[in-house]
Design a protein around this ligand. Structure first.
Ligand SMILES: C[S@@+](CC[C@H](N)C(=O)[O-])C[C@H]1O[C@@H](n2cnc3c(N)ncnc32)[C@H](O)[C@@H]1O
Length: 221
């Protein structure tokens, strides 16, 4: 018998959760922006690849459009490092979890973490509908779901659930072309060995072990 994917929102003690009903062995997904993992990412500072990709090493308070919000890990990291982030996510259940994560982060007893949560504006929409009027933006950051080739296992269980929920982002090229019109800098996160997102050669590349960031500059955008 084929099991169709089915998801439910549940209110648990630690926060709002998404449960994959067709994956009885998977833990429910809760977004926690104050997790030890995220705090250690923030402690890595503005020299880490993500921050440099978004241009924070030059402009710490850059206005960044994260057009593929997902679980908001990258968006919250950038905000905690000083950026003003507009996070766009189109998967509605994920948007509910993001809003809940933001609400909990705002209650942090540490004012710096609470302030970082305040620097994220969450928009539940398709990023193709976001226009220049919602900016201005110094940079657009894209981390589309890379089609599953069955080889590169997603490092995070949470990301596996997100992949089942959101699907592969097969329209990523269209989003990239839209992004080029929204900001002078577009940073695209890709698996380390993946091809460029389009035929256009990146203006700069930041290589990491698992992933790399391709940077495209259009000074007139
Ligand atoms: C790989 S995840 C991003 C993970 C994210 N960087 C993080 O730190 O958690 C990709 C997400 O982008 C979203 N997405 C893809 N294309 C989108 C679009 N055009 N508009 C809004 N969201 C989009 C998907 O729904 C998915 O949740």
């Amino acid at each position: 018998m084929t099991e169709f994917p089915a998801f439910a929102l549940e209110s648990l003690q630690d926060g709002l959760a998404i449960r994959a009903l067709h994956r009885a062995d998977w833990k429910p997904l809760i977004i926690d922006w104050l997790s030890a993992e995220l705090r250690s990412r923030v402690r890595a500072g503005r020299r880490q690849l993500l921050a440099r990709a978004a241009g924070l090493h030059r402009k710490p308070d850059a206005r960044v459009l994260d057009a593929t919000g997902g679980l908001g890990r990258d968006a919250y990291t950038l905000a905690a490092l000083g950026a003003q982030v507009t996070l766009v996510e189109r998967q509605p259940l994920t948007v509910e979890l993001l809003r809940d994560a933001q609400r909990r982060a705002r209650l942090s007893p540490d004012p710096a973490w609470a302030a970082a949560a305040d620097r994220v504006l969450i928009i539940g929409s398709d990023a193709l509908d976001v226009g220049r009027g919602q900016g201005p933006f110094d940079a657009v950051y894209l981390d589309p779901m890379y089609p599953d080739d069955g080889k590169s296992a997603l490092p995070h269980k949470d990301m596996q659930l997100l992949r089942e929920l959101a699907g592969d982002d097969l329209d990523a090229l269209q989003l990239f072309e839209h992004a080029l019109r929204l900001a002078p800098r577009v940073a695209v996160k890709r698996p380390a060995k993946a091809p460029w997102i389009s035929a256009r050669k990146p203006d700069a590349v930041l290589e990491g072990t698992r992933a790399r960031f391709d940077i495209y500059l259009s000074p007139s955008a």
